[in-house]
Design a protein. Structure first.
Length: 159
């Protein structure tokens, strides 16, 4: 079973959103055989990736950074989507952190990188804004020899 993990930004600008969505569909359409998708189910790229993976028949592994992870969702729709996706996961891995911290996010991101065959990064190419951010996980994955596929629309910057 091929394992594809994700790291990505929580906020995807409208100018990049269609490109990111289409690119994820193309990525999953190009796969053959059984698939497992690994995601922390955070708002933005993680939830988009997980939903598209399920649409394409992948099994979902939810990698939960901390015991209070749900408190980090600012938007009721994003929290509802998190619960919906988590309910469809066939496997759940919980990091051993009681609270959502940068260390917890880094641990979840490196777990995904360590346990996938390919990492998809919905990433603008800029450095992480905090430990465990997308740039950190991309750098970690490359350091440990994982292939990384970056998806972003050229010329679009995040706020």
């Amino acid at each position: 079973m091929k394992r594809i993990g994700v790291t990505g930004h929580r906020n995807i600008p409208l100018e990049a959103a269609v490109h990111v969505r289409d690119s994820l569909h193309t990525l999953f359409r190009g796969q053959t055989g059984a698939l497992r998708a690994l995601s922390s189910l955070a708002a933005g790229a993680d939830q988009l990736f997980a939903g598209i993976a399920l649409e394409h028949g992948a099994e979902l592994t939810a990698v939960i950074p901390s015991g209070d992870y749900e408190l980090g969702f600012d938007d009721a729709d994003e929290l509802a989507r998190y619960h919906w996706l988590r309910g469809r996961a066939t496997q759940e891995i919980r990091m051993d952190f009681p609270h959502s911290t940068d260390d917890a996010y880094y641990a979840a991101g490196t777990y995904i990188a360590d346990n996938c065959d390919q990492l998809v990064a919905v990433w603008d190419g800029r450095p992480a804004r905090g430990l465990g951010g997308t740039g950190d996980i991309v750098n970690y994955a490359l350091k440990v020899g994982k292939p990384v596929t970056v998806i972003w629309r050229d010329g679009v910057e995040r706020d």
